[in-house]
Write a protein of this length. Structure first.
Ligand code: PLP
Length: 454
């Protein structure tokens, strides 16, 4: 159909992120007007199940009145303040206290940012600052992984291990190294068991550290279940083996919980589901249930002490964001965590996880599906040209985005990451709604099969 008035206004006025703009002018954007529960509605009145919680973030769905009230109250009391130069405010204090209470490892202090990218940038600066404080200025390189997603600022895009986040910008910057992606289905070799695959990629990490020199490497960053890289769940035992290598060389482990955190995997933190023991943690997204932007960096006592020593010796940590720890975000964070606890949202995720798993296993049988992987209430359906050989589609054929469009037609908003269709529904989804989401996904896959055959 021709573009509606609002679609035309959109393409005339907006530069959309992560969007093939030439196609947008043709097809027009899906302009979302309102949301309720797990549903959103576009300006034509069409209803969709928001199977991605927006961008993996609206964990309590759309239209949660308790959050609206908490936001309104905070806006009336103190709509803005900051934490620079010795100022403070209660919402930030209260949220930091809450985060310390629920953290998976002992945390001493919380630094607030406005986003996940800024949290990971801050992590790198803290690691560098700490190593300056400890008198080892050479120990600055950061190891990330191929297919990792850690954000889009120059440093967090460098940590990201996806080609389209590097192309055109001469990234990654130096001091950033990428090691193997722990995805057995894609990178396991012929005849190699999952345990052998794990041993091989952990050995390759160890070799990388030896080659570069352990005294040049500050940290490794890892997202427990890799979300935007295609929902990749590393093999059992992977993180324990990684941690052993890192500990042997005094390399800290930065845990990116931006997607995994706050119940998504069936525990408070993805690291708890995946057997990972972090040194520091980045959080954002579901921390406020996405009702306002906020990011956080959580650090243990020894890193805090290095920070204190260093600022006494050579100067203040010259870093902070105008909206880092914004009172609106912090008040929403406090309320969201309180709701997660009071309504046992994580218990609900655990209860639904087997239903999600069973439907994903069924989807895995579809002829177009190479692998359907999942953890808690997040999943990825990888579409392949040949199920037996795992041969992917020609990237130019645009199968993933086309399938996502077909799914939208069936009233399911899911995200194509290349040819992987990601699922990350609001954690408050009911069993009936989840069943409906998978029914729509299966209808879409049936249509996609016909489209591919053409
Ligand atoms: N880290 C992870 C694991 C993410 O998935 C994202 C965003 O999707 C980020 C960091 C960046 O967060 P933001 O988009 O808030 O900057």
């Amino acid at each position: 159909p021709p573009l509606s008035n609002i679609q035309t206004r959109d393409v005339e006025a907006l530069l959309h992120p992560y969007t093939p703009l030439h196609k947008l002018r043709e097809n027009g954007p899906t302009v979302i007007e309102r949301g309720k529960g797990v549903y959103v509605y576009d300006t034509r009145g069409k209803e969709y199940i928001e199977g991605m919680s927006g961008l993996w973030c609206a964990g309590l769905g759309f239209g949660e009145e308790e959050l609206v009230e908490a936001a309104t109250e905070q806006m009336r009391t103190l709509p803005y303040y900051h934490l620079f130069g010795g100022k403070g405010m209660e919402p930030a204090i209260e949220l930091a206290e809450k985060l310390k209470e629920i953290a998976p490892v002992p945390i001493s202090k919380v630094f607030f940012t406005s986003s996940g990218s800024e949290a990971n940038d801050t992590q790198v600066k803290l690691a560098w600052y700490m190593n300056n404080a400890l008198g080892r200025p050479k120990k600055k390189k950061i190891i990330s992984r191929q297919k990792a997603y850690h954000g889009v600022t120059i440093m967090s895009a460098s940590l990201t291990g996806l080609p389209y986040n590097h192309m055109g910008w001469d990234l990654p910057v130096d001091r950033v190294l990428h090691t193997d992606c722990p995805h057995y289905y894609r990178f396991g070799q012929d005849g190699e068991s999952e345990a052998e695959f794990t041993a091989r990629i952990v050995k390759s990490l160890s070799d990388l550290i030896e080659r570069e020199g352990p005294d040049t490497i500050a940290a490794m960053i890892a997202e427990p279940v890799m979300g935007a890289g295609g929902v990749i769940v590393p093999p059992a035992g992977y993180y324990a083996a990684v941690k052993e290598v890192l500990d042997a060389h005094d390399i800290i482990l930065i845990d990116d919980e931006v997607i995994n955190g706050f119940g998504r995997t069936g525990e408070w933190w993805g690291c708890q589901s995946l057997g990972m023991t972090p040194t520091t943690i980045s959080a954002a997204k579901q921390m406020t249930a996405a009702y306002a932007p906020l990011g956080a960096v959580m650090v243990p006592e020894d890193i805090y002490q290095a920070y204190v020593d260093h600022s006494a010796k050579i100067g203040t940590f010259g870093h902070g964001f105008t909206y880092g720890g914004h009172p609106l975000g912090c008040a929403l964070g406090v309320k969201a965590i309180e709701i997660y606890q009071r309504r046992d949202i994580i218990g609900h995720v655990r209860k639904l996880a087997p239903v999600f798993a069973a439907r994903m296993d069924r989807v895995a049988q579809h002829p177009l599906v190479g692998e359907a992987r999942y953890c808690g209430l997040m999943g990825g359906v990888e579409l392949v040209a040949d199920k037996a050989t795992k041969r992917p589609f020609d990237p130019k054929s645009g199968v993933g985005p086309q399938v996502a469009r077909i799914l939208e037609g069936h009233g399911a908003i899911l995200r194509a990451i290349g040819d992987t269709i990601a699922l990350c529904p609001p954690m408050v989804i009911t069993e009936a709604e989840l069943t409906e989401l998978f029914d729509r996904l299966e209808k879409g896959l049936a249509d996609a099969e016909a489209w591919v055959a053409k």
